[in-house]
Design a protein around this ligand. Structure first.
Ligand code: ADP
Length: 398
């Protein structure tokens, strides 16, 4: 059974073709600058060199058609006919309170994704464009939506409700939703497998740290709290997003400096975080390098990031009444030896002791705590595409 996984952005589209008989990736690629001059596609058949081309790609429908042409190509393709394609699975950012798990896409599902556009104004419209493009190009292939928010729908009201007048939740849907759910789900379950334990008996704090970051408390396999909220701004310091703030400070700033809501949103999403503090870069590799040569603001950004992660781990251990494992994933979590070390250095009181030499790895699965550490610390590269492919297979087989 072959499943195509799509992650559609407003001007980009990432894809992976899976053979689900052995969960092997047959081909993958990236289309960029859709609707912008100089559109490109980069396609890689597994085991071969990538092929790239620049061509006119005015919309997602043309992009999907181009992807199918590459998948059928005699040299670098991976399908002999489109009939081999059993289903398409989409990453969809926001499912609101309607979707606590993945679903087969029909008109009703499309309507709900549309209804969630105000909650994710940048992402859901792009996801919808991708789904509609597949409907046009591959009308007979079933499609599945896998939501970033779904895994966190198990949070109890005490964790997801904000302290505003309650009608803003009832009427305005203002609550904590959380994001990166597919990644938290994957690494929590993989942690249980690696430890040879049942997920039901584990309390895990999952740290997804990339350009966007979130920490989650996963108790018995269920998300019970997470650091992103109504939006993708709160929580720990991110590449360009602020993380937790005093909301009144934002109002103060807008009033004092005459900043419009749109400009304030840009500051919170694009000018803050590691970039805003360091004044150097949003890329943690640049920050580590600058800090190593004594740059004070780069050092401050690094310290704020790691202090924030440590605070969330402590808070979530308390929220769950205990902790068995901490797992690091995504670009920073998988690759930054220094960040894991700086976070780990303050966790001994919880029973979590990092092994400095085991921690000296990048981008692969490992237990990086000492043998005697009661709380295990792990690195688990995330694989959201595999979760999407698995959910898609399960749903179309039902
Ligand atoms: P996204 O949220 O866009 O998917 P990623 O998960 O790819 O982001 O993470 C990107 C982040 O990972 C960047 O801040 C980058 O600096 C960081 N990163 C990647 N490799 C390393 C490394 N070797 N050391 C430190 N940070 C790294």
């Amino acid at each position: 059974m072959k499943v195509l996984v799509l992650n559609c952005g407003s001007s980009s589209l990432k894809y992976q073709l899976f053979d689900m008989t052995n969960e092997e990736v047959l081909a993958k690629g990236l289309v960029e600058r859709i609707g912008i001059e100089g559109s490109t596609i980069k396609h890689t058949k597994s085991g071969q060199a990538a092929v790239s081309s620049t061509t006119d790609i005015p919309n997602h429908k043309v992009a999907i058609r181009l992807v199918t042409e590459h998948l059928l190509d005699a040299n670098h393709g991976a399908l002999s006919s489109l009939n081999e394609l059993s289903a398409v699975g989409h990453r969809v950012v926001h499912g609101g309170e309607k979707f606590a798990k993945s679903v087969i896409i029909d008109q009703e599902v499309l309507d709900v994704i549309e209804d969630c556009v105000p909650l994710a104004p940048l992402h859901n419209p792009a996801n919808l464009m991708g789904i509609r493009a597949v409907l046009d190009v591959l009308p007979d292939v079933p499609q599945v939506a896998v939501f970033d928010t779904a895994f966190h729908q198990t949070m109890p009201p005490k964790a997801f409700t904000y302290g505003l007048p309650y009608h803003y939740y009832e009427e305005g849907r203002l609550r904590r939703y959380g994001f990166h759910g597919t990644s938290h789900f994957y690494v929590a379950n993989r942690t249980a497998e690696i430890l040879g334990r049942s997920i039901e008996e584990l309390k895990i704090v999952t740290c997804h740290m990339g350009n966007g970051s979130s920490i989650a408390a996963v108790d018995g396999g269920k998300s019970v709290d997470t650091s992103l909220g109504f939006s993708t701004v709160p929580g720990i310091l991110m590449g360009t997003r602020s993380g937790d703030l005093d909301p009144v400070m934002v109002l103060h700033l807008m009033e004092q400096e005459g900043i419009s809501p749109k400009a304030m949103s840009h500051i919170l999403h694009k000018e803050s975080g590691v970039l805003g503090i360091s004044g150097i870069s949003s890329d943690l590799r640049d920050i580590e390098e600058a800090a190593s040569t004594g740059n004070e603001r780069a050092t401050l950004a690094l310290e704020m990031l790691c202090y924030g992660v440590r605070k969330y781990i402590g808070a979530y251990a308390a929220a769950m009444g205990g902790i068995d494992a901490v797992v690091f994933t995504a670009g920073i979590g998988e690759n930054s030896i220094l960040v894991r070390q700086m976070v780990g250095e303050g966790l001994e009181f919880l029973g979590a002791t990092l092994d400095i030499s085991r921690n000296n790895i990048r981008g692969k699965e490992a237990i990086v705590s000492t043998d005697g550490s009661r709380v295990k610390i792990l690195v688990v590269p995330t694989n959201e595409e595999l979760v999407i492919a698995r959910d898609t297979r399960t749903l179309v087989k039902e």
